[in-house]
Design a protein around this ligand. Structure first.
Ligand code: GLU
Length: 306
């Protein structure tokens, strides 16, 4: 096999300004791509218009720039990739893997035997065709009973039986929007991404994405999931509940050091307080993947204050 240069990426959703959790994903993916001499791409996941907050994408870009996290090439906007999603969906349909589903959320809740990774496991009601008089809503993909196995760069070997964990999942939603799972796979493949570094809240989505890559015949990237950042209350820090939004943070240097320390990196005392560019140059040369903590349930950010 010829040597393949690393292509990493950061893929924020513009549902609010960057918070510490997404900064950790940005720093981790940046350092792992740059450390390998690879490229680091930026994709704005503005797939879901009702969730997009006006101005959030610009704020995210300004924060990345302020911290010296410079990306390569043009930004990919998911809202502009619809044609690629349509084409991928057509390929999956041609393979006989996709079916129309008429079930409402309420019907699924009532008929689903047990909860899965994200809500009830779809029981396959419409797999054999729609009952007379029912209108198609979403499009789903048939999942196999086999295990999807992969080795995560932090969490080690993992496996999931899609049929037991999620069931036939949605590719195009009832509102006509493409599902995140399809979009991320199509976009990563189109950009040649071969290293996906992101928060561990997406670990349970990874088997679905590996399955979609396999169905579409696109190369499966390496996956590195970073421990989730939890707030003082032990809950995942999100754009909605992070009290310390980064746009109010004047000191990029402190934030970068905190993110690196959160990722288990031993920032030399002499570099604490150094300019972001200096900290990042050190991090790119010294970033140690082995040191990333394997905390499955996440880590409380306060434990990493300087
Ligand atoms: N857009 C997702 C987020 O902001 C990340 C998706 C990914 O990295 O695959 O949480």
């Amino acid at each position: 096999m010829p040597f393949a240069p690393v292509v990493g990426r950061f893929a924020p959703s513009p549902t609010g300004p960057l918070h510490f959790g997404s900064l950790v994903a940005a720093v981790g993916s940046y350092c792992l791509a740059r450390r390998a001499g690879g490229t680091w791409l930026l994709r704005m996941e503005d797939l879901d218009p009702p969730r997009v907050v006006p101005g959030a994408a610009d704020e995210i870009l300004a924060t990345l720039d302020h911290l010296g996290l410079h990306w390569d090439g043009a930004i990919v906007w998911q809202s502009q990739q619809t044609e690629a999603y349509v084409e991928a969906l057509a390929r999956l349909r041609d393979k006989g893997l996709v079916y129309e589903c008429a079930c409402s959320r309420r019907e699924i809740l009532l008929s689903a035997p047990h909860p899965g990774e994200e809500g009830p496991i779809y029981p396959g009601t419409c797999r054999a065709g729609l009952r007379p008089g029912r209108k198609p809503r979403a499009l789903r993909i048939v999942v196999p009973q086999e295990q999807v196995c992969f080795r995560d760069g932090v969490f080690g070997p993992l496996q999931q039986v899609l049929a037991e964990a999620v069931g036939d999942f949605v590719l195009r939603r009832a509102d006509g929007l493409f599902a995140y799972q399809l979009a991320v796979v199509v976009d990563d493949a189109a950009a040649g991404v071969n290293q996906v570094v992101r928060g561990a809240d997406l670990l349970s989505s990874t088997p679905r994405q590996i399955f979609l890559h396999a169905c579409l015949g696109t190369p499966i990237p390496a996956y590195v999931h970073l421990p989730m950042v939890l707030g003082r209350d032990g809950k995942k820090v999100s754009k909605r509940n992070d009290p310390d939004k980064l746009e109010h943070e004047p000191c990029g240097s402190r934030l970068l050091s905190q993110a690196l320390q959160f990722l288990g990196q031993n920032v030399p005392a002499g570099l604490l307080g150094a300019a972001p560019a200096e900290l990042l140059s050190w991090a790119v040369l010294n970033f140690d993947q082995i040191a990333i903590p394997t905390a499955v349930d996440g880590l409380i950010v306060d434990d990493f204050s300087l």
